[in-house]
Design a protein around this ligand. Sequence first.
Ligand code: MG
Length: 240
Amino acid sequence: MGDEKVKNEAMEIMGLFQVLPRLIVFDLDYTIWPFYWLTIFVKVKESKYQKMGDEKVKNEAMEIMGLFQVLPRLIVFDLDYTIWPFYCECRSKREMPSLYPHARGILYALKDKGVDVAVASRSPTADIANTYLDKLGIKSMFVAKEIFSSWTHKTDHFQRINQRTGVPYNAMLFFDDEDRNIETVSKMGVTSILVRNGVNLAALREGLSKFSQNLAKIDRNKQKWLKFSQKPGSSERDKE
Ligand SMILES: [Mg+2]
């Protein structure tokens, strides 16, 4: 109906002029349609590659995990600039978010290997974060989701995750893009990895090898302590 009305008014407008152009030439993008055609084309192509990539990333992540004898019981991810390339507080719930290119493949591999995953985010907009996790189809993968703003650098997030899951800090691996969170959370005993361009296969490999090193360190210390406590003369009781 609108089209017809516009057409009639256009006819009227043209009726006001004695001479009309013989030819009217139109641009396309943002002249006859409200977008750049190329942007849409590239987006469609990218999402196709993304789909193909997920399976490949997953397989590589499985291979990387196969290199390690012991895996973390729980891997905790930050959200903004760790699994997706934006602050979700700056976006609208209506938008369709996208993950960093390796994030989905890594999550799928962890699920296959039986490694639990959780979220620790200081985002002030938990509703947007949850909507995005839902839209991305990964919300149900997380055994715990702690999303709230706080002045501590995620110590309270990890205390809650520990209470909820019962997983000790030294059996967890954590990925985040902020130095201060990494510093604070590693002091709790969690192996923590700083990511610079989002979580990817290189970060996964780095995380798993640092996790193994930390476990070996704990083991060595335990053995040292055992040897020490078994030495004659090392305690009052042994002297008697
Ligand atoms: Mg972040």
